[in-house]
Design a protein. Structure first.
Length: 251
């Protein structure tokens, strides 16, 4: 029976009886098979993401892991992938490209402050306003997290084109989150907000920013291509986003 090359344990994950609903302890598959034929637990491999990303070699046999779908040297780096077979309780997942996941885990290991920021961007894309407010509240109360709520609103994701939370809200068509981010992270006059937004914000005790430099206003943050949230609204090409630009929300 194959075992994990890192911890030498069988390629199973033990579930807590409370999670499985059974009185006895249940095990489920946790087998990540790399192109070099080495097996790892998922977590065991991700724990080594930083070292793997230095040379893209297997941490066990040292085989070079990526394959390329292009013969062009100029674009080869962009077309690299590490197709793997991952088997868990949901069944086998063939040709799973783990390179983006390794890259993300390596980045998060060296930038722990990015974990809550990327979590918030996920909430933004899903329209989870309750989760966003809870996370922002935790930022300023948790001394172990080296990022403030204000910086979280301005944070740009280097793994996603340098987009801010407001960029993500617009491209994900999340209008409610859009207004929430403007309320919390811009100096846009309250008169420009829909009445329902103002009423909800007041009921929840959500404070506004004082006057700040434009680079600290979420409306003017640029992605890595130099595009502002207003540019994203124009790119959406339809109401209500184009109307926000025409109405002067980004002036």
């Amino acid at each position: 029976m194959a075992t994990c090359k890192a911890c030498k344990d069988p390629l199973f994950l033990s579930l807590d009886p409370e999670d499985s609903g059974d009185e006895g302890q249940e095990t489920v598959p946790d087998d990540l098979l790399l192109p070099c034929s080495c097996h790892f637990h998922w977590a065991c491999l991700m724990d080594q993401a930083s070292s793997i990303m230095t040379n893209l070699n297997c941490p066990s046999c040292n085989a070079h892991l990526p394959t390329s779908s292009s013969s062009s040297s100029s674009s080869a780096a962009q077309n690299l992938s590490i197709p793997s077979l991952y088997t868990n309780e949901g069944g086998p997942q063939p040709n799973l490209d783990i390179l983006p996941l390794l890259r993300e885990e390596a980045f998060l290991s060296s930038h722990p402050e990015a974990r809550p920021a990327r979590a918030m961007h996920t909430m933004v894309s899903e329209g989870d306003t309750t989760g966003i407010l809870s996370l922002l509240a935790d930022m300023d109360s948790d001394s172990e997290i080296d990022i403030t709520a204000a910086k979280l609103l301005l944070w740009t994701d280097p793994l996603n084109g340098g987009k801010s939370a407001l960029h993500v809200a617009i491209e994900s068509d999340q209008e409610e989150v859009f207004w929430l981010l403007l309320w919390l992270g811009s100096t846009l006059s309250s008169e420009n907000f829909p009445g329902a937004v103002v009423q909800t914000a007041g009921a929840m005790g959500l404070s506004r920013l004082d006057e700040v430099p434009s680079e600290e206003d979420v409306r003017f943050v640029k992605d890595e291509a130099g595009r502002t949230p207003a540019d994203y609204c124009v790119q959406m090409g339809r109401a209500p986003w184009t109307a926000f630009v025409e109405g002067g929300l980004f002036n």
